[in-house]
Design a protein around this ligand. Structure first.
Ligand code: C5P
Length: 224
């Protein structure tokens, strides 16, 4: 079986998760949501009463001592820490508010980058999404994409998602939170959000979800 690693990086709310999942389905390969790993660890740290912004050493200790893994028997895959299924809590607002502090810790990134490479070794046909997949984790990926969209568009998409689930969404607050998270993710020393030189950059501001997936699928099929 020929190896096929496709990386999708980009800022918060650029639609990467949905696009990556649909693209993986169309290509018949596995899907890796690396943000879910950072989110799961954040949820676990908060459960333990750890404040990630102030007690980084405790978060790194937790990352080194717990087993963070996906169960790929489900579609989409479910995230476990030890025997605890964390999947339903990954998008909680307080997890989102703290996740960039957790992701800025070099010790945490070491553990999770290793775990992600292990997934790549076990599933060599994979669409993986995050911030550093093409730059750090899989520099030799077969096809690399960087998905972007204007901040206002990304905020509107997030708000639509939240409203569709029957909850109240404050568009301005969502936009501010997205911009703040992008700033933290882009300015950290270790594995910052960047567009790798050899990635295809795609601005999805004016595109529908299906148009984005169609384009990426075409580009992958042309490349391999
Ligand atoms: O993509 P998602 O919004 O789920 O990512 C949550 C957070 O996890 C990001 O804001 C970023 O801080 C962190 N992350 C990261 N590296 C990745 C994936 C996510 O630092 N590869």
């Amino acid at each position: 079986m020929q190896r096929l690693i496709v990386t999708l990086d980009g800022p918060a709310g650029s639609g990467k998760s949905t696009v990556a999942r649909m693209l993986a389905d169309r290509l018949g390969v596995e899907f890796l949501d690396t943000g879910a790993m950072y989110r799961g660890l954040t949820a676990k740290a908060l459960d333990r009463g750890i404040n990630p912004a102030e007690e980084g050493y405790a978060v790194v200790g937790l990352a080194r001592n717990c087993d963070i893994r996906f169960d790929f028997g489900h579609s989409p895959p479910r995230l476990f820490i030890g025997s605890q299924d964390m999947t339903e809590r990954l998008r909680d607002q307080h997890v989102t508010a703290h996740v960039s502090d957790v992701a800025a810790l070099a010790g945490v990134r070491q553990v999770l980058v290793d775990a992600q490479r292990k997934v790549g070794a076990e599933h060599p046909r994979l669409v993986t999404e995050g911030r550093d997949q093409g730059s750090v984790v899989f520099p030799n990926a077969d096809v690399k994409f960087y998905l972007d969209a204007r901040a206002a568009v990304r905020a509107q998409r997030r708000a639509d998602q939240i409203r569709a689930s029957g909850r109240h969404a404050d568009l301005e607050a969502i936009r501010d939170a997205i911009v703040a998270r992008d700033h933290k993710d882009s300015t950290r020393a270790d594995g910052p959000l960047i567009c790798p030189e050899d990635a295809q950059r795609i601005d999805t501001s004016e595109m529908t979800l299906d148009e984005v997936v169609d384009l990426l699928e075409r580009r992958v099929r042309e490349a391999v």
